[in-house]
Design a protein around this ligand. Structure first.
Ligand code: 3PG
Length: 305
């Protein structure tokens, strides 16, 4: 069996070593394609492989067509909107993710971005503290839960809303369950986004919703850029000079957002899951899932059922 790591944004070397060990201990072969700049490089690298480990790398019908021996793709991470699931199913390819493995790293970055934002991007002027502020968590999955845990350490009041998670489960985690997305934006000082990019959520963070926030509201996005209605958020930020937007995913309209000096920040490259620990956890989980798939037929974590 030949397994390919195809990562435009590479894992930490220590994670690659761990993956190599898992794959080779199983008697499989490992190939690595890192920091590729052209799709053609990916198309060539997948030609003879049976499994691929990816991050936010795009796996579409063209890649699947080029990968004639492919049986499984594992997205080492949570969101799999970068994989064309329908095309994978048509090609008889199993797609998996590794839920929870990188969520603490993403949650920690939320607070890195937030402290930076409330201290006015370290411009020397007096900022504010997170303690006592109301934090709204939109979607209470693995990342949302970690954000809640850390927020409590900061002494924040935490609320969450998740269309797919019952209020009781949110309350059981010691978090106030908001009745709706609207309530979260209306009542919280800061809203942290943890929704996946789906047809329902794309563009859903719009002017009406963010416009419900109190004076000085902050939106922090470590989820996906696609969930933001960028033109509407720009319009709102022009009208409301108190709103801040901090994000780990550079918006398409980054240059327009840049006009909001002191109220907008984007990491140059998505950094949420970019820690050695998250890379080790997600990368090795991916390798183990591939081994279990080929040796035992295990399809736990399959997402294209
Ligand atoms: C995820 O969905 O797991 C995160 O967004 C991390 O993405 P990355 O592996 O591209 O950093």
């Amino acid at each position: 069996m030949k397994v390919l790591i195809a990562t435009e944004k590479p894992f930490a070397p220590v994670a690659v070593e761990g993956i190599k060990k898992e794959i080779e201990n199983a008697g499989f072969e490992l190939a690595i394609l890192e920091k590729y700049t052209e799709k053609q490089q990916l198309l060539e690298a997948v030609a003879d492989v049976n499994a691929i480990i990816i991050r936010s790398d795009k796996i579409d019908a063209e890649v699947l067509d080029a990968a004639k021996q492919l049986k499984i793709v594992v997205r080492a991470g949570a969101g799999y909107d970068n994989v064309d699931l329908e095309a994978a199913t048509q090609h008889g390819v199993v797609v998996m993710n590794t839920p929870g493995q990188n969520s603490n790293a993403v949650a920690e970055l939320v607070f890195g971005l937030l402290v930076f934002a409330v201290r006015n991007f370290y411009n020397g002027k007096a900022g504010t503290e997170l303690m006592g502020k109301k934090l709204g968590i939109l979607a209470f999955g693995n990342v949302g839960r970690n954000v809640a845990r850390v927020a409590k350490g900061f002494g924040m009041e935490v609320s969450a809303y998740d269309a797919f998670c019952p209020a009781e489960a949110i309350e059981a985690a010691g978090v106030h369950a908001a009745a709706s997305q609207d309530e979260l934006f209306e009542t919280c000082d800061i809203v942290s986004l943890h929704i996946p990019a789906t047809p329902e959520t794309k563009q859903s963070i719009n002017k009406t919703l963010v416009g419900k926030m109190k004076k000085g509201g902050i939106v922090v996005n470590t989820a996906r850029k696609e969930v933001i209605n960028e033109p509407e958020l720009i319009e709102l930020m022009k009208e409301r000079e108190d709103i801040k937007y901090v994000t780990d995913i550079k918006p398409d309209a980054d240059e327009q957002f840049a006009q909001f000096e002191g109220r907008y920040f984007s990491t140059p490259k998505k950094m949420g899951a970019q820690t050695a620990e998250a890379n080790i956890n997600a990368g090795i989980a991916a390798a183990k899932q591939i081994v279990a798939f080929f040796k035992e037929g295990c399809v736990k974590f399959q997402v294209n059922k």
